[in-house]
Design a protein. Structure first.
Length: 191
């Protein structure tokens, strides 16, 4: 199973965050990423930088016949086409506003050798240990997915019995542990 999380909270060229996510889902086929199922769309509280707008989040289950590093590179190309720009590190706001964020949550239960389950306190340390793959960072499964309500709740829509490759917990089990947290919490399902 391949799971990709989508999120965004910026308007670009009069397109809303929800419209940008829907555009990205359609765009995936151009990169030979074939969408099998799409979760509901959720309005969620932001994580990180204060004062930013609420996010729209969803998760898709896809089929792709490429290596995970190539898949991640293609996701970054879609982000760029949506208007996402990456600023140099000194100017970059961690978890700041963005028109589109595409994260590879799970790739066929693959675990990279540098993955470890991080708590909120060890995330910065974990991020410093990422493995470089080409020009993209690749850590599988996504190192914060199990901590993010805006990732786990949409996964329940399309794969409720998916198990985290490292923790062994199902999406339903993880949801029970994080659903009452404040960061990244679900505000409401979009119609």
């Amino acid at each position: 199973m391949i799971l990709i999380a989508l999120g965004g909270n910026m308007h670009v060229k009069s397109r809303s965050p929800e419209q940008i996510l829907r555009w990205a889902i359609d765009e995936m086929a151009k990169y030979q990423i074939y969408v099998i199922s799409i979760s509901s769309f959720y309005c969620t509280k932001p994580v990180g930088q204060e004062g930013q707008s609420d996010y729209v989040n969803a998760v898709v289950r896809v089929r792709a016949a490429m290596k995970p590093a190539n898949l991640l590179k293609n996701l970054k190309l879609i982000e760029n086409a949506a208007g996402r720009t990456v600023q140099p590190a000194p100017l970059r706001a961690r978890w700041g506003p963005r028109p589109l964020d595409l994260d590879l949550v799970d790739y066929k239960t693959m675990i990279t050798r540098n993955f470890h389950v991080c708590s909120r306190d060890s995330m910065v340390t974990k991020m410093a240990k990422r493995r470089r793959v080409g020009s993209c960072d690749l850590v599988l499964p996504h190192p914060q997915a199990h901590l993010r309500p805006f990732v786990i709740r949409p996964i329940i829509d399309i794969a409720p019995f998916w198990h985290h490759p490292v923790t062994g917990l199902s999406a339903l089990d993880m949801w029970a542990l994080i659903k009452n947290g404040s960061e990244g919490s679900i505000l409401h399902k979009l119609p």
